[in-house]
Design a protein around this ligand. Sequence first.
Ligand code: ZN
Length: 240
Amino acid sequence: MPESTLTLLYALHRVDERLLDLQAQANNLDTGQKELAQAKAEQKALEALTAQRDQAKAKLHELEETARQRRAHAEKQEKELYDGKVDARQISAVQIDIEHSRELADKATAEAEPLRAEVANLTAQVEAATTALDEVKKSILRKRKKAQAVHVEIEAAFKEAQVARAPKAAVVPAEALAKYNAIRKRTGGTAMAVLTPNRTCGTCGMAVAERLRDAIHRDQITTCESCQRILIFPLSDSLL
Ligand SMILES: [Zn+2]
């Protein structure tokens, strides 16, 4: 007895289901897109933090330089005073200048103090953010590598299923195959649906009328009234 058209179609459908599943798996591979977005945000935050640190550092350097220059100036003036190089009429003016220079130096030193702590704090933050970002980048690389390996596996399975499909399609009567392929094209997915024990379409849930069920029993190509897929009663795998 030749195999029923529906059984032959169903064997083909199973392969097509497998191909669709493999395609979905390939499309849903985790390539670290979420981590990539996270890395971009962290990179931006790190750049802002680094800029803030560099700004504080520059300000600190400026204050330290001011203090150094003012002290050097005061020392030079003092030396000139002791060496008697200052005109007697200028002595008091020079002393005032020395005092003023020392005041400015002390002021700059006092201002630099909290800034030094801020620079140290920001530097620690920059280091922590850099380490965190490196971790995210590493996890992206790990995910990509894994996704690539899985993709190779999926590709191999896909080729295998494609090879298995050809003989299954070859034995289906031409008219039935044409109908099956037209439905596949329309749904963009599967073309067959298995009836549930509740006599509904296993794909869309629509009730399947008795006359349709009778037609299926006579191996007639019968489509679901809702999703238009070719209906079939459940078959045991041994039949395929
Ligand atoms: Zn349906």
